[in-house]
Design a protein around this ligand. Structure first.
Ligand code: VGL
Ligand code: ZN
Length: 242
């Protein structure tokens, strides 16, 4: 069959015979489908009202991830959701500082912190998981960012790079070896989660079309560069099958 993949494959092998090809690090040549099994987990990052159109920190076209995640979810026996869950007056909010505006940054005890509009405040409708996500089999909703003075983009380790959320231990206790990351936003919570998953020893995939980015000052390109360099694999939802 002539598919885009087979054409690519032909081009790839043709280039190979010329002896002058290279495959960028992390670029996986997925001619075969990937089949997640019971040692795999789908992590759905922060698909909350705040990050969807109309929310307090809306990611451009954020709602587009929902049908993609709903479509691939039945492939997974293990699903974990994360929920950004900040205190009112959280130290990642620009409003917590005099003379600071959203998307500026500030130096905190643990390093540089980007400042955001007030978002995902505990117990608000803005912080609720979006109602169009259909994930009845999800086994865990992990909240993060609930310490007032420490942000947590990552689902594994808070921004001080010391405080653990316990997720790596949880996944290991359940025999998980491979992590598939989806959700919002590609360049912040998805990227930090994926890189920490690698660091914790999991085989790690980011499902690119199941994510959307904020893209502040080139942050999306930078995030992909770092993720690929650290061995995170970039795949598409169509690469996955039962
Ligand atoms: C996020 C900025 C602030 C995210 C969370 O989910 O990517 N980004 N809080
Ligand atoms: Zn946040």
């Amino acid at each position: 069959m002539i598919t885009r993949r087979n054409l690519l494959k032909t081009a790839f092998y043709a280039a190979g015979t010329l002896g002058a090809y290279s495959v960028p690090a992390g670029w996986s040549f997925a001619a075969e489908k990937i089949h997640p099994d019971e040692r795999s987990v789908l992590i759905v990052v922060d698909v909350q009202n705040c990050f969807i159109e109309g929310g307090t920190l809306a990611v451009p076209n954020g709602s587009a991830v929902i049908p993609v995640i709903n479509r691939i979810a039945p492939i997974f026996t293990n699903i974990v959701l994360t929920q950004d869950w900040h205190t009112a007056g959280h130290s990642s909010f620009a409003s917590a500082y005099d003379y600071k505006k959203p998307f500026e940054s500030v130096r905190l005890a643990y390093g540089e912190q980007v400042l955001w509009p007030d978002h995902c405040v505990q117990g608000t409708q803005d912080a609720a998981i979006h109602q169009d996500l259909v994930l009845p089999s999800a086994q865990l909703i992990l909240r993060k960012g609930y310490h007032k003075t420490i942000d947590s983009y990552s689902a594994f380790t808070e921004a001080d790079r010391k405080t653990t959320t316990g997720l790596a231990a949880y996944l290991k206790a359940h025999g998980i070896q491979s992590v598939y990351v989806t959700g919002l936003a590609t360049d912040f919570c998805v990227a930090w989660t994926a890189m920490d998953a690698r660091r914790a020893g999991f085989e790690t995939f980011v499902v690119e079309d199941a994510c959307r980015a904020i893209d502040l000052n080139g942050s999306l390109a930078a995030a992909w560069e770092q993720m690929l360099q650290q061995g995170v694999k970039r795949i598409q939802s169509a690469d996955l099958a039962s």
